[in-house]
Design a protein around this ligand. Structure first.
Ligand code: PLP
Length: 428
């Protein structure tokens, strides 16, 4: 008899083994109660085991668990489509479902290529779009996501992100620079009439918890329209209320994408993802190009319907905005004296603290010391019974991702614990 264990390559950010979880809290088998500011990487939007989501999933399990959607249709998927439609921009009225963010990204790439008859996808540097080979080929949030298993998918070109901090520019200067670089890309590498889509996150997720400046997103929208390319927004992490608006791109007033990719927060932890586009675009997908054994699973769809219902009834998009403002204010006032921090930012409940090295490398967020500090703080948080994650191209950022149901008291508790953890690390 042989024994099996999990792959040694799976890297766990905390030593926590969950016994059970509820709302914003995870109760470990070690008897400790952890305030969960990771939400399974932005997934458990309504908190852990929200009673309405649990009830919907339990009820659905008793009706039908798997009703493969190209064989028989099931009611939860129809209901989810209707409910999602209430939140999609006008004209984006056709939805295809898959299981994971990566799978949905790949579906969007297939759709963009088929709908335009062009092959290039332009992505923004530091974007994260997933781990399947196609999605990893679009991912530039870190080489660990795409190194070692090439060749990657061809037909991808990457343009710089307007990162004012690293470029040492104002935001307006960084936007001008990045849009000019985009135009150079189309003059030097990819003909405009070869671009199927510009595919971007409205807020960088794994790449650094950074908002795309509205002027940049608007500039890309104008260029996509001018060149006949689709603007595909990867809202997998920023969507479903995370940033204090239902969609991340709604921070850029009036912007209308061609395709939206969603997953994570849509079903509070059940695996389901989707792409949404105008029917006129969706109809250009080739027959047979959309499908899958598990896509749009009935239990996941029922959980999705319940999740969107909870978000609406409990005003969770607004809660995300208000609690997010409190979180940001608390972090900024508690950490204002810490010289090793070069930026504290957040929109809604997508917050980040970026470390730098004020001595060795003139405040550089890309120094080894910055990454060491971020990792040490994330670990020190665990001692405070607070769960957080790191991110960013060099790991110099701690990201804070509470559930949308988080209370003012929990935000205050989490902020206090975080500030204490930072001070312990920087004061040695
Ligand atoms: C913006 C974004 N796109 C795509 C993905 C990939 O999703 P999944 O891990 O479900 O495949 C992620 C995952 O973190 C993400 O944050």
């Amino acid at each position: 008899m042989s024994s099996a264990a999990l792959s040694p390559v799976l890297k766990q950010a905390t030593p926590v083994v969950v016994d059970h979880a509820s709302g914003a809290w995870i109760h470990g088998t070690d008897g400790r109660d952890y305030l969960d500011f990771t939400t399974g990487i932005g997934v458990t939007s309504t908190g852990h085991c929200h009673p309405d989501v649990v009830a919907a999933a339990q009820e659905q399990c008793g009706k039908i668990i798997h009703a493969q959607y190209t064989t028989v249709m099931h009611q939860p998927l129809l209901a989810l489509t209707e409910k999602l439609g209430d939140h999609l921009p006008a004209g984006i009225d056709s939805v295809f479902y898959a299981n994971s963010g990566s799978e949905a990204v790949e579906a969007a790439v297939r759709l963009a290529r088929m709908a335009t008859g062009r092959q290039y996808i332009v992505t923004v540097q530091r974007g994260f779009h997933g781990r399947t080979v196609g999605a990893a080929s679009l991912t530039t949030a870190g080489t660990k996501f795409s190194a070692g298993f090439g060749p990657l998918m061809a037909g991808v070109a990457t343009t710089p992100f307007p990162d004012a901090l690293r470029l040492k520019m104002t935001e307006a200067e960084a936007v001008d620079y990045a849009l000019a670089e985009f135009d150079y890309l189309l003059a030097t590498r990819v003909q405009p009439n070869e671009v199927a889509a510009i595919l971007i996150e409205p807020f960088l997720g794994d790449g650094g918890y950074l908002a795309l400046p509205p002027a940049y997103l608007t500039g890309l929208r104008e260029r996509a329209t001018e060149h006949g390319a689709l603007l595909v927004l990867d809202e997998v992490q920023a969507g479903i209320g995370r940033t204090g608006k239902f969609w991340g791109h709604q921070h850029t007033g009036g912007l209308v994408p061609d395709v939206i990719i969603t997953a994570k927060g849509i079903a509070s932890g059940f695996p389901i993802s989707a792409i949404a586009a105008p029917e006129s675009i969706m109809a250009k997908a080739w027959p047979g190009s959309q499908g899958g054994t598990y896509g749009g699973n009935a239990v996941a769809a029922a959980a999705g319907v319940a999740t969107l219902g909870v978000i609406e009834r409990e005003g969770l998009v607004e809660n995300s905005r208000v609690r997010g403002d409190e979180l940001l204010a608390g972090l900024r006032s508690g950490l204002s004296e810490v010289q090793q921090i070069c930026d504290i930012r957040g929109t809604g409940l997508m917050a980040a603290v970026e470390f730098g090295d004020p001595t060795a490398n003139a405040g550089s967020p890309d120094s080894a010391e910055a990454a060491r500090l971020a990792a040490a703080v994330q670990q020190a948080c665990i001692d405070e019974d607070l769960l957080t994650l790191t991110c960013g191209p060099t790991g110099s950022i701690v990201r804070i991702i509470p559930a949308l149901i988080v209370t003012a008291e929990e935000v205050a508790t989490g902020t206090e614990r975080f500030v204490r953890a930072v001070k312990r690390v920087v004061e040695g």
